[in-house]
Write a protein that binds this ligand. Structure first.
Ligand SMILES: [Ca+2]
Ligand SMILES: [Ca+2]
Length: 581
């Protein structure tokens, strides 16, 4: 019987250090005879791996292997080893059971990370592995982290309190996020005044320098409030695969630190006399955050200040002050300037003297009972206040009531002013030289006006005197009508007077020609006694050259004494009623 036996002897694995590993493969066959052949499987070499940013495929290539006898390897499989933890994975879909006949392959869908590869040649059950390929880093995700800067705010200005309240720990802070995980956050801070960058302890870096923040998805940089001035912050972050925010895409903010108060003083008016409408100005300025507003204030000299109009937020800083709204006198002006973070400063005081008045004028002497114009000019610190215009209420004073006791001055209650000048029409009735005063609000002024008597109209009693205890005269001489009471009877009282000329309102005049005045008593026959029955007023005279005397009669009675005449302008009689007791 014929038997065939095959003996397969597995060879001894020679473990070699380094890049080469080989297995010996023996075959023995025969029956009654033996034959044997031996060989060595070489290892693949020159394993190299490469990829491109944004790709998750690694291209792998190697130099093929063969048996020492010249037979090629039957195939290869590749293994991917992650550097960080040594984890292995089949690469390119190859395995000992599914080798590839090529000397290269594409390893697809590789997770982000850094790897090296090993290629193993296969010949039946023999295997021989290459050395490690070069390291290759796969970054399939190429987007740098998203960054948010929580503090400082872009364009913001901070004082000490505002800076200290910005982050949980004084400084700069914010957040970042990335699907691959945020690895690190860095910041640069540039000082505007010096142009230098923060180096970690001072502004000492000429070129942009990033310093590390603590934290990642929530990050912060401890950073004490820097000196007053402007600054620019850049923030960049990197993710786990190594993507980092490129220049031009930094999160950024510019901010200003301002702890210094502004300055500002009153530039107009200067100390001195002012009037009318005054423009109050200041030179308010702030080198830090800028001026938010200038508030002008006014006070009676040494008194409490109150705002002069609203605060002015724009340059030139000014307020309009109509000084006619205050009484003449001394006033204090000042300005409070506030910067855009709330620092403020109040100027020194400028003291001015307000001088507003009316200049009142009339054109020469006026006639009693005849209307005339009064020119009223508003004056401000000695010049016409052309801003004073419109209808203004007026009050007048000075001239008296006519001698007749009934005609009082006629004044308007208002006048319309144009460019500071107004006209009032006035009628006066008392012949006199009087001070005519006009006032409106805080403005007043006066002039002396001479009023002459009007045309002669009648007779009056003048130069009067009374005797007799208890007698009194209830009128003012000269008068066309008078009453004497309480005259003692039976010759106990006398009334002595002259007869004069008066105008319509009782002002003394002169006779245009000689007038003979007849004196009579009524009712007839009368009680008292007149010393004469007539007197004469010479042409051009104001009164009769001689007096007459009335002497009381018997009993208690009432009696009128009448002076009558004609010519010389006389149209009225003069009557005095005498009552005895
Ligand atoms: Ca990313
Ligand atoms: Ca300031």
């Amino acid at each position: 019987m014929t038997r065939r036996r095959h003996l397969v002897l597995l060879g001894i694995l020679a473990v070699l250090a380094g890049a080469t590993a080989a297995l010996a493969y023996w075959t023995a066959a025969g029956s009654g005879a033996t034959a044997a052949s031996t060989g060595t499987l070489g290892a693949p070499s020159d394993a190299s791996a490469s990829t491109t940013a944004g790709s998750s495929t690694v291209q792998l290539a190697w130099t093929g292997a063969a048996l020492s006898t010249g037979q090629p390897a039957t195939g290869y499989y590749a293994t991917r080893i992650r550097n960080s933890d040594g984890t292995t994975a089949a690469a390119c879909g190859t395995s000992p059971a599914a080798p590839t006949g090529s000397t290269g392959c594409a390893d697809q869908n590789v997770p982000d990370g850094t790897y090296h590869y090993v290629v193993t040649a296969v010949y039946h059950t023999w295997t021989a592995s290459s050395g490690s390929s070069n390291d290759v880093t796969v970054v399939g995700e190429t987007t740098a982290p998203a960054i948010a800067l929580a503090f400082p705010h872009d364009g913001a200005t901070y004082d000490a309190a505002g800076w200290n309240g910005g982050c949980p720990t004084t400084g700069l802070c914010g957040t970042a996020s990335d699907p691959s995980g945020v690895a690190a956050v860095e910041l640069s801070v540039r000082q505007g005044s010096s142009g230098l960058y923060w180096g970690g302890s001072s502004f000492n870096q000429a070129s942009e320098t990033f310093v590390p923040a603590s934290g990642t998805t929530s990050w912060a940089l401890a950073f004490a409030r820097p000196p007053d001035g402007s600054y620019a912050v850049h923030v960049r972050a990197s993710d786990t695969p190594g993507n980092i925010t490129p220049s031009g895409s930094y999160a950024s903010a510019t901010f200003t630190v301002d702890t210094a108060p502004p300055t500002g003083s009153i530039t107009a008016p200067s100390a001195g006399t002012v009037g009318g409408t005054v423009t109050v100005t200041s030179d308010s300025t702030d080198a830090g955050s800028g001026v938010a507003a200038a508030q002008f204030q006014l006070a009676p000299h040494g008194g409490a200040f109150s705002n002069l109009g609203p605060a002015d937020p724009t340059s030139p800083y000014q307020a309009s002050w109509d000084t006619t709204t205050v009484a003449n006198g001394q006033y204090d002006l000042r300005v409070t300037t506030t910067d855009k973070v709330g620092n403020s400063a109040t100027s020194t005081v400028v003291t001015v003297t307000v001088d507003n008045s009316f200049q009142v004028s009339v054109s020469g002497p006026q006639a009693a009972g005849t209307a005339f114009g009064v020119t009223i000019t508003a004056r401000a610190a000695g010049v016409t206040n052309t801003a004073y215009s419109g209808t203004r209420s007026l009050s007048f004073s000075g001239p008296g009531t006519a001698p007749d006791g009934t005609h009082t001055p006629i004044y308007p209650s208002s006048a319309t002013f144009t460019n500071g000048v107004g006209t009032a029409t006035v009628t006066l009735f008392k012949a006199e030289s009087a001070v005519l005063a006009a006032a409106s609000g805080n403005l007043s002024g006066s002039t002396t006006v001479t009023v002459n008597a009007g045309t002669s109209k009648g007779l009056s009693f003048t130069s009067q005197s009374l005797t007799g205890a208890g007698a009194s005269e209830l009128c003012n001489a000269p008068s066309t009508s008078c009453t004497i009471t309480g005259m003692p009877k039976n010759g106990g009282g006398t009334w002595t007077a002259k007869v004069g000329m008066v105008d319509t309102w009782g002002n003394p005049t002169t006779a245009s020609s000689a007038v003979t005045v007849t004196l009579t008593r009524s009712p007839s026959p009368g009680k008292g006694a007149l010393s004469v029955s007539s007197v004469t007023i010479a042409s051009g005279a104001a009164a009769s050259s001689s007096s007459f005397t009335y002497t009381s009669g018997n009993g208690a009675y009432i009696e009128d004494v009448t002076a009558s005449g004609s010519g010389g302008g006389v149209t009225n009689n003069a009557v005095t009623s005498v009552t005895t007791v």
